[in-house]
Write a protein that binds this ligand. Sequence first.
Ligand code: FES
Ligand SMILES: [Fe+2]
Length: 447
Amino acid sequence: MSGPTPYSGYRHRAVPAPDPELTQVGPDTPCGEYLRRVWQPVAMLAELGERPLALRILGEDLVLFRDRSDRIGLLHKHCIHRGASLEFGIPMERGLSCCYHGWTFDIDGTILDTPAEPPTSRIRQTRCQGAYPVHVHDGLVFAYFGPPEARPPFPVFDTARGGAEPVPFAIRMPCNWLQVYENTQDPVHVVYLHTRMSGAQFGPASGATQAIEYRQTPLGMINVQTRRWGEHFWTRCTETILPNANQTGAIWEAAEHPKVFQRAAISRWMVPMDDTHTAIIGWRYFSDELDPQGLGDRRKVGRQTIDFIGQTEEERSYAERQRQPGDYEVQVSQRAIAVHALETLASSDQGVAMLRRLVRRGLRAVAAGEAFASYPVGADGLVATFCQDTVMPASARPGTIDDREGLAAIGRLVADAVIDSAGEPAARRRAEIHDRLAREGLQQARK
Ligand code: FES
Ligand SMILES: [Fe+2]
């Protein structure tokens, strides 16, 4: 076997094609069909004013509008008459009128009027503008792009009802969706990019050496990160909800006070606009529990802006972004579509590899005609999710060897309790996990 060859750039210039199965999202692609089986956020409600809003989602050109009766519709952008864009349409009492010849479409695509046609015209009875159902939830507009007969109920995650205030945001990025998504199953970059390479972007505790394990959940997967920080153990579960949602814990977790099952500071979807553009749309959650030091700032959360560093191109100069790169810089710079054939996957990429496997398995199942496994809804109407932070005093487990295996063992106890409690109503789950950890000998974890 030949070893590495210095100065061998000339031999390695070829750039193979990206993986089409995981990265192509347009109509009739396997991944595009997979992503079309769940409700996807398409915009913040605040982005929709009196005029229609042109959007590109999953490779489709669309127009979101609000008619004068305050009903919201999502239509194919090009009018079925002769293709003029409905972004120049006029919202009516009912529906949207194309500016070119006045054809008027209801929010479901039904033609309400064709004013230039004779009364005997049967166009209204025979044609429809393409349309998708929408649902507004906590300031975000969601749409369902899949087969009408497979439309699932709109899921409400338990994190949305935990008492924290959801503040909507939408950030659009010029790269493929998968590289944005898989960053959330790369907990190793938190230690390096966000702490040791760029300075402590999210607090010094995130830079502590961690034991990491990856677990499947009924919704997807979690990475389980356990660190020793000062006098505490801290176990964080960062969550993937397939096919393209993520939940992450407190941005600036200090891990200085005991806590059990503290929930998400962000729920977000990595929504492909097309193969080379992605919209990160979701909620940033605010509460005293999640941010006791008040480091967050709701006023900075919205369209193309969020209150922590490194998420957009606009927020800083190129020189600053080079000095202190963040998530935006690493994700977008992996090329417009990251080329897996050129990667050198290593032991630190287990989560990325697992996420790709789960996405591939999911999209192949849909391609084979299987129904998307819809999210289980509890008796309280909520979908139990698995993102959390638990901090306990190091004295809670006397004798724990402060090495990766000792830390991993604590992480496993916490993850087991979090996963096994999913059947409990959201309101009882924290107490259930607390009691379970106490039974396991972690007596000093606090409710
Ligand atoms: S192109 Fe829309 S009404 Fe003619
Ligand atoms: Fe990050």
